[in-house]
Design a protein around this ligand. Structure first.
Ligand SMILES: [Zn+2]
Length: 346
């Protein structure tokens, strides 16, 4: 785990890791291979800094605090790009041990402060129109799977953090005389934020540029909102895009190409899904295999992200009256397009 410098003397960052990379457990100090940490970006001006995302695990936290100590800089704020555990897990330490105020968008605040609300069916119906349990059913994930998911969240992903301030689209956070623009870029999650420093063409976009689409779990990921956010980010003049889990994208033409390619893929994915369900009713995993089959790694986790992205796209089509679900005699839920969606024969 090594610190890397940001261009233009803007500070430094700690690269993100993907599932399967080693993480040090805070309980037993042992390395585990199942979790991931987001990248952490530290914007430094003089003796002050602002931190974008906090990563996960004591190893990440120690590396960061040692670097801050060595440079003798103190964090004025932490901004969480979104509610996912691998981005917020260490935030509580910054708040409790260093007194740093934690910011996020109000759209993700409820799940950052109370991560288990994602399983509160009333809450999810009120805020997203569909519960997580219902979404899982529509992906033909079993009740056992749902219970295992709850266990997984409780065991590995439960990091409630108190939020001190909310940041909205258009807000400016300051680090010394550096102005940092906050953009609301929903899609990956309802309250996803990106950070833009126009003076240096620097964009820190969290997990928004995840090419699969919005990601997990559906219905918290919203494909339509995600495409709108990507289109907005594409209009920015960027020479550095830092994001949650991969190496940053450097250079104006590479940044533009990367964003264009991601959007083009998104449109292709939507067209392919619309066409497939027009021909024959399809399950979410059949569609995910068709769309992502060649690209996803063999990890179950990545398959799930693909399925979540497909489901959130179908949910958007359903809201527009362009898709519906049908239950076959085999009890399997398939998706078809609007009017010609007849119940299937057993
Ligand atoms: Zn995320």
């Amino acid at each position: 785990m090594s610190i890397k410098r940001l261009p233009n003397d803007l500070g430094f960052y700690l690269p993100g890791t993907l599932p399967g990379s080693a993480q040090v457990s805070e309980e037993d100090g042992q390395e585990r291979g199942t979790d991931m940490s987001s990248a952490v970006y530290v914007l430094v001006q003089g003796r002050r800094c602002g931190i974008v995302d906090t990563g996960m695990g004591i190893g990440v936290f120690r590396t960061l605090t040692q670097a801050l100590h060595r440079l003798r800089v103190f964090p004025e704020w932490v901004l969480l790009t979104h509610d996912h555990y691998d981005h917020v897990a260490n935030a509580g330490w910054f708040r409790d041990e260093m007194g740093v105020p934690i910011h996020c968008h109000e759209g993700d605040l409820p799940l950052i402060e109370q991560p288990l609300r994602v399983f509160d069916e009333d809450y999810m119906l009120r805020t997203h129109g569909v519960s997580l349990r219902q979404s899982f059913l529509e992906m033909n994930r079993s009740e056992d799977y749902y219970q295992e998911y709850i266990d997984r969240v409780l065991r590995d992903r439960f990091y409630p953090v108190r939020i001190d301030a909310t940041s909205e689209d258009g807000d400016i956070l300051e680090v010394g005389d550096l102005e940092v623009e906050i953009l609301h870029t929903p899609g990956h999650s309802p309250g996803s934020l990106s950070v833009y420093i126009p003076r240096f063409g620097t964009l820190l976009a969290g997990d928004t540029p995840l090419w699969y689409g919005p990601g997990r779990p559906s219905p918290l990921g919203d494909f339509r909102a995600w495409v709108d956010s990507m289109e907005r980010l594409l209009l920015l003049d960027t020479e550095f895009i830092g994001w949650g889990h991969s190496a940053p994208t450097l250079g104006r033409s590479r940044c533009r190409r990367f964003m264009n390619n991601t959007l083009r893929r998104a449109r292709e994915i939507e067209d392919a899904i619309v066409e497939e369900i027009h021909h024959d009713p399809q399950t979410v995993d059949e569609l995910a295999e068709l769309i992502y089959g060649d690209n996803v790694r063999v990890l179950d986790e990545q398959r799930e992200i693909g399925e979540d992205s497909v489901h959130s796209l179908l949910g958007g089509l359903r809201r527009e009256g362009r898709a519906a679900t049908v239950v076959g005699g085999d009890g399997v839920i398939r998706w078809c397009s609007g009017d010609d969606c007849e119940p299937l024969e057993g």
